[in-house]
Design a protein around this ligand. Structure first.
Ligand code: PNS
Length: 160
């Protein structure tokens, strides 16, 4: 079974990597799909986010990195894969995730959302939190791989 793991990945964290690692063992292929949304203020461009994902996931033979824009259901149809994985960290994620899953189901009845519960040690982790900690000079080495840490610090040093 092939699954899509969609997200902003701005940038990828150990929380995302853990979900991808676990999915890669349960599904034949995982398509990590990065939303290319111009209206959203991201720290990293779409190319930079893809590059970081490719770097940190290079060991995985059954993980593909792709991009999409527009509706997730349309992209899923185009990919001929109507199964999507979303990570669930805390109850606070649930409302938004449930809404998204229900909207997607309404848009396409064949579309299925599967939730994978985050490991406890990553339950607090998000790309936004990591960027905020880094902006104020905090140590982010336990939240993201070295290559991502360097990329964030370069952005901050460059006056992002
Ligand atoms: O990592 P994120 O930001 O939580 O990922 C959210 C994402 C990209 C999965 C979601 O915003 C999305 O699917 N956007 C595409 C537009 C869409 O299909 N919207 C309708 C469903 S709410």
């Amino acid at each position: 079974m092939i699954v899509i793991y969609p997200g902003s990945f701005d940038p990828v964290t150990y929380g995302h990597i853990d979900i991808i690692d676990r999915c890669s063992k349960k599904f034949s292929k995982v398509v990590v799909s990065v939303l290319n949304n111009r209206s959203k203020k991201n720290m990293f461009s779409i190319d930079e986010r893809v590059k970081l994902l490719k770097e940190v996931l290079k060991e995985y033979d059954n993980v593909e990195i792709d991009t999409f824009s527009g509706l997730l259901v349309d992209y899923a149809k185009e990919k001929k894969c109507n199964k999507v994985i979303r990570g669930l960290r805390a109850v606070s994620d649930f409302e938004y995730e449930m809404q998204m899953a229900l909207v997607n189901k309404k848009l396409d009845d064949e579309f299925e959302t599967f939730f994978m519960v985050a490991r406890g040690r990553y339950a607090y982790l998000s790309s936004s939190i990591v960027k905020e900690i880094a902006t104020f000079g905090g140590n982010i080495s336990c939240f993201v791989p070295k290559v991502v840490e360097n990329a964030i610090n370069e952005k901050i040093g460059g006056g992002y």
